[in-house]
Design a protein around this ligand. Structure first.
Ligand code: IPE
Ligand code: IPE
Ligand code: MG
Length: 259
């Protein structure tokens, strides 16, 4: 469906109007979001940073709901990077606590929406109680057949690439004829069960990937908004999808411009 250029102006259209303009036959299959700006959101309100992280949970619900409503099959959320351990101990502790709280509180809602939870990252390095709660949430949502929600936790793309090389070398030691091609490599990434993201969204205006899905996002469309993560709504995600649908993905070829 052709999309009018007026749609790029934020908040001119209601959620329903934006939704009506989305071409359901051309949805991104996998949306990955760098949820950034919680600290700035809190600072603007003279609140502690953790208040921003807490407010960010509402935005997580909005993003999930938007994907579930449209039928986007895969949503990946960057929740904690391997570099985020550099933050003050108190903030890290509070973030881990918030994650545990989310996992416990939200399981019923995830099940109601038939959402299947997954995780990527060095999960074995997370505090044990967090690992236990993750295991429970994964187990309790395992049979769901709706949206596949993946949380990137203690995730870093460089760490993932090194882990993939290690596991590939191990497998090759037992099977010398294992091919060294892109497909075999892909099978050793944490994301082996997920398609590459079509659309990577980042909130709060930073123009960088911050070590997120470097291999997988090779041909993803990037969409960056100045909106801070706690202020992110379904409208923002619908707008991102509308903008995505106006892009021409050429993958190095000539696309529609071929003469
Ligand atoms: C994103 O918000 C959440 C995490 C990285 C855990 P930030 O905490 O990075 O917020 P800013 O970038 O300081 O505003
Ligand atoms: C990226 O945000 C990591 C997550 C959203 C979990 P950061 O706030 O950590 O990224 P930088 O430090 O601005 O690059
Ligand atoms: Mg940040």
């Amino acid at each position: 469906m052709p999309v009018s250029p007026r749609l790029t102006v934020k908040s001119q259209l209601s959620e329903e109007q934006l939704l009506a303009h989305i071409d359901l036959a051309a949805l991104p299959q996998h949306i990955a979001i760098i949820m950034d700006g919680n600290g700035r959101w809190a600072r603007r309100r003279h609140l502690p940073r953790i208040a921003g992280h807490r407010a960010g949970i509402r935005a997580v619900r909005q993003a999930i709901e938007a994907c579930a409503r449209l039928g986007v099959p895969y949503l990946t959320l960057y929740a904690f990077s391997v570099e985020n351990w550099k933050r003050p101990h108190a903030e890290v502790e509070l973030l881990m606590g918030l994650l545990r709280e989310y996992l416990k509180k939200e399981i019923a809602e995830l099940n109601r929406q038939r959402i299947r939870l997954g995780v990527i990252g060095r999960i074995g390095e997370l505090p044990l109680p967090v690992q236990r709660d993750l295991q429970t949430a994964l187990e309790k949502t395992r049979r769901n057949t709706g949206l596949r929600l993946t949380l990137a936790l203690n995730y870093g793309s460089r760490a993932e690439l090194l882990d993939a090389v290690r596991s590939l070398l191990e497998e090759r030691a037992g099977n010398g004829s294992l091919p060294l091609d892109e497909e075999t490599f892909r099978q050793h990434l944490y994301t082996r069960d997920l398609p590459d993201p079509d659309l990577v969204v980042r909130t709060s205006g930073e123009m960088r990937l911050s070590n997120f899905l470097l291999w997988q996002a090779a041909y993803a469309e990037l969409w960056i908004t100045n909106t801070l993560w706690p202020d992110f709504t379904q409208c923002d995600l619908f707008q991102a999808i509308l903008d995505y649908q106006k892009r021409e993905r050429r993958y190095g070829g000539l696309g529609m411009a071929r003469s």
